[in-house]
Ligand binder design. Structure first.
Ligand SMILES: [Zn+2]
Length: 291
């Protein structure tokens, strides 16, 4: 019998769903969190993000194809709250913050990678807080908007951080989170796990991702509700332009571009007709509004 406790709700009602890169990936049937049984210790992970992540993935995360994501994020936030203090968690080299500043927000942010902090200073004159998220102090009822773009599913224990952000927001303030859509990526990786022919399995897996968690719309609605967010909106997220991934070859790039053309409009239509119940976009945008 499988008895790994859920790292969010502590329930024992979990079961192994599939295997990914040698790790077992489990699902909690109580809260819908999908979590990876990660090998390796926390300090090594943190060291990696601090010193090497920028070198390995900085280009992918900060390339021009991402600007469309930042634009969508800011458009939505502009409609939800009046402008004021804006804080970005995992700010990378500061592109989102610089764009927000141009729109009239008063910006600040946190980033653990020293390479990204240096770039934010050189490119945009931004002094990011280079601090671990556990140690990060956010003053109470201060911010109109807090953002986390492609960060949450990388963190070992993001739950206390969500509570910290809720306290730091002004009443009516918004937390914006963007993550890979756990519902879609779990489905893809489960299908690939069932494929026994290794080269084909690897090819399918390339199109899906799991870091530490798969965040599903059902899970995040509950988790943010428990933190005290009065309204939680989950929407299909816009995709980055082109193929920013360095590990894709020419044929894989073609497939991904074709998929983007077909899957995204289909996912949006499906979401609309199901009133948000069926979400199959590659990424989701989550807005938690403090009452
Ligand atoms: Zn759970």
């Amino acid at each position: 019998m499988h008895m790994t406790a859920c790292p969010y709700c502590g329930s024992q009602r979990t079961r192994k769903w599939y295997t990914y890169e040698g790790d077992s990936v489990n699902r909690c049937s109580k809260c819908d969190l999908v979590f990876r049984g990660c090998s390796g210790d926390e300090i090594a992970w943190e060291e990696y993000y601090r010193k090497h992540y920028f070198q390995d993935f900085g280009e992918e995360q900060e390339g021009p194809g991402r600007l469309v994501i930042y634009g969508e994020t800011l458009d939505a936030i502009d409609h939800l709250v009046p402008k004021g203090p804006f804080f970005d968690i995992g700010a990378g080299s500061g592109t989102l913050l610089a764009m927000a500043r141009n729109r009239g927000w008063t910006v600040s942010g946190q980033e653990i990678s020293s390479g990204s902090c240096r770039l934010a200073r050189e490119r945009y004159g931004l002094e990011l807080i280079q601090e671990d998220l556990k140690a990060l102090h956010l003053p109470s009822e201060t911010y109109c908007a807090v953002t986390m773009v492609n960060i949450l599913d990388h963190l070992a224990e993001p739950w206390p951080l969500l509570e910290k952000i809720h306290r730091a927001l002004k009443p009516g303030g918004v937390l914006y989170i963007r993550v890979p859509n756990g519902s879609l990526h779990s489905l893809g990786l489960r299908i690939s796990d069932a494929v026994l022919y290794p080269p084909l399995k690897e090819k399918i897996q390339k199109f899906f991702v799991i870091h530490r968690y798969h965040i599903t719309p059902r899970f995040i609605r509950k988790a943010l509700g428990r933190c005290g967010f009065e309204t939680v909106i989950v929407r299909p997220s816009v995709a980055s332009r082109g193929v920013p991934y360095r590990h894709f070859n020419r044929d894989e790039r073609r497939v991904l571009l074709a998929l983007k053309k077909v899957v995204l409009p289909f996912a949006r239509a499906l979401c609309r007709v199901s009133a948000g119940e069926v979400m199959l976009s590659p990424s989701i945008s989550i807005y938690g509004i403090k009452g």
